[in-house]
Design a protein around this ligand. Sequence first.
Ligand SMILES: Nc1ncnc2c1ncn2[C@@H]1O[C@H](COP(=O)(O)OP(=O)(O)OP(=O)(O)O)[C@@H](O)[C@H]1O
Length: 308
Amino acid sequence: MLRIENLTKKYGNIKAVDNLSFQVKEGEIFGLVGPNGAGKTTTFKMIATLLKPTSGRIYIDDIEVSNNLKEVRTKIGYMPDFFGVYDNLKVEEYLEFYGDIGGVSKKEIKDIIEDLLHLVNLTHKKGEYVDSLSRGMKQRLCLARSLIHNPKLLILDEPASGLDPRARIQMKEILRELKSMGKTIIISSHILPELSELCTSIGIMEKGKLVISGPVDKIMRKINKTNIIRIRVLDLKKKAIKLLKEEPNIDSVYENDRFIEISFNGEEDQMVQLIKKLINNGIPVVSFNPVDGNLEEIFMKVTKGDEE
Ligand SMILES: Nc1ncnc2c1ncn2[C@@H]1O[C@H](COP(=O)(O)OP(=O)(O)OP(=O)(O)O)[C@@H](O)[C@H]1O
């Protein structure tokens, strides 16, 4: 769906984006994480066709972006990190305005707006002035605006920034809904644990370069080399612990009243073998859960941070 090859953007002497390459498959949610100034916004603006790369290529649906701006723009929806608000427009008028720019026909626009307002939970605000909305509502309206022409690829620059926890959860639910509708989404955020829940893959950027990228669990394994797994058994806990301690891929075994926690350094197929072994030995396994790693930790490990 999206392919980026050796993308570079220079501002004078500053390389805001430095030889960036990655791919996002259809239906994926790709999260771009990085400290301030890493180059996320610059990258997103280039993908959104608003900024010309110094060098490198971007392909959307195998169409090269810089020579096919018009065609590509029908496929993408962009939500910037900062967006202007139109004081004198009501919610519905605001979406009509953007629908018009996006080439949506007059015949269809009413229905599309109804659907979008429902999706972003703003139906009750249809007749209100945009300026009177809360920050969370404005952000959801901006998301609706980016969807008005039914794009396949959504480019969302920090859609949850500045939102309170409840508004963030709402935003996350909408993004899940969009994923289930088959949209491909690239999203940047500082709220790292939220990205790990939502994204299928992530890329971590620092000083214009991609430090690491890939599926969230693979990246975690690559960095941590171990997975924490919580196992709950109905009975025979001591026997289970003995079996687990014999395993070469297990670094440590810890137990408490509720579960056994192991630090596992094998691959997924070896995890399957481990579950089989426990069951074949008569251990009544109730659950076997890899514990979600902490993206924040990974981020700190792979980025050096700005010491200036
Ligand atoms: N128009 C511009 N002119 C000159 N330098 C710029 C311009 N826009 C961005 N930069 C520089 O490019 C680098 C990358 O900025 P960018 O906004 O892409 O980072 P970011 O990862 O989105 O950061 P943030 O999380 O703070 O939004 C920074 O060093 C920034 O100062």
